[in-house]
Design a protein around this ligand. Structure first.
Ligand SMILES: Cc1ncc(COP(=O)(O)O)c(C=O)c1O
Length: 387
């Protein structure tokens, strides 16, 4: 049946999230009884730490069920500012907006900074939603490919320098990266800083995987000289504390930016969920042990996968963070969409085509799954001649 709605041009510019589409397909197949090894999801497979759950329950019992101030409750904004100061950022609570998930913080940032025809630079492979959010804001994309540089930024700084100009409005940096797991070096971030200062650019630093790093140190872009007044730092609770369904994130920028973005925030979501914000304080303050256990488990899984791929002659650029790996599936095997379709249909293994991240010829594997399931996935891919 055709409907009577006259859809906006804006909504016609974007497609549904490719990662969610694959995990929905995997869920459908599972509902039909198939045993799918789902490596498509960007979600830690751990429970939220118990003390955080308790803090949420206590907040509910204490009646924290009403609206909060739009930008978030003061003690959470204070705790976030304290955490950012630990990262070397000169932050205060007034420079923070607490959002329902990091995604909302990103959405508000693009809407606040980008208008029709404004140029935004993405580093490919880039997380799927950046492109959609830029298009929703009316911006134009310029893309810099890191795939030919082992997914690292430092060797691609010359390419980035060629891509940005005084006409560029915004650059998006995501380290550790979804989908590659790459952690950008301090030298790379200093290169970003130099270009940002030279061309007077704003930069989004999406640091949502910052607690999940292995053999590298995470550096917050806004902590570098010259970056404090041009960086929007985005972070959230989903990945570090396994709190995806709680929907809690935040942005940090200048007070002036917070005033502007805060208008959109107050007119759209009003505030993040009250009792969830209170659990967020507990997550920030009392979860070091739980976070470390998850980090170690991810590190072991990454190493296991690297060994397994090596055994089967698959050469992978191994990242030092997040819980993703891009594996090459291009010629002589197949194009990535076709490979992923065969992986799910023949081998019952769900992965996301690299094309979703503007990286054709790769598939993204999430290792937020048990070692047993990861072994099973590789066995199935090998048995079906996909590796
Ligand atoms: C790079 C990146 N940024 C932001 C997000 C947003 O996460 P959330 O909205 O759950 O905080 C995600 C989630 O997958 C992500 O991968």
């Amino acid at each position: 049946m055709t409907d009577a709605y006259d859809y906006s041009d804006r909504i016609g510019r974007v497609e549904p999230s490719a990662t969610l589409a694959i995990s929905n397909l995997a869920a459908e197949k599972e509902a039909e009884g198939a045993d799918i090894v789902d490596l498509s999801v960007g979600e830690p497979d751990f429970d939220t730490p118990e003390n955080v759950v308790e803090a949420g329950k206590e907040a509910l019992d204490a009646g924290h069920t009403g609206y909060t101030s739009s930008n978030g409750i003061a003690p959470l904004r204070e705790a976030i500012a304290g955490k950012l100061r630990d990262d070397g950022i000169d932050a205060s609570a007034d420079e923070v907006i607490v959002t329902p998930g990091g995604k909302q913080a990103l959405y508000e940032t693009f809407q606040t900074l980008i208008g029709d025809g404004d140029e935004v630079v993405l580093l490919d492979p880039a997380w799927v939603s950046y492109e959609a959010m830029v298009k929703l804001a009316g911006g134009d994309l310029t893309r810099v490919d890191l795939a030919s540089h082992g997914f690292q930024l430092e060797p691609a700084l010359e390419d980035l320098a060629e891509a940005v100009s005084d006409d560029t409005e915004l650059l998006v940096v995501n380290s550790p990266s979804n989908p590659t797991g790459a952690v950008f070096s301090e030298g790379a971030l200093e290169g970003v800083r130099d270009l940002a200062v030279e061309h007077d650019l704003a930069v989004i630093s999406d640091e949502i995987y910052e607690r999940i790093v292995y053999d590298a140190d995470h550096v917050s872009l806004a902590s570098l000289d010259g970056m404090a007044d041009r960086t929007v730092t985005v972070n959230g609770f989903s990945k570090a504390y396994s709190m995806t369904g709680w929907r809690l994130g935040y942005l940090h920028a200048t007070e002036e930016f917070v005033g502007e973005a805060g208008k959109l925030h107050s007119h759209s979501v009003s505030c993040a969920t009250n009792f969830v914000q209170r659990a967020g304080i507990e997550a920030l303050e009392n979860t070091d042990e739980a976070v470390e256990e998850m980090r170690e488990a991810f590190a072991d899984r990454r190493d296991l996968l690297v060994d397994l791929f090596e055994e089967h002659g698959v050469d992978v650029d191994v990242g030092d963070g997040a819980f993703y790996m891009m594996i090459p599936v291009g010629e002589p095997r197949a194009d990535d969409a076709d490979w992923c379709e065969r992986a799910i249909e023949q081998a019952a293994v769900a992965c996301v085509p690299g094309s979703a991240f503007n990286a054709p010829g790769f598939a993204r594997i999430s290792y937020a799954a048990s070692e047993e399931r990861l072994r099973e996935a590789v066995d199935r891919l090998v048995a079906n001649d996909l590796l």
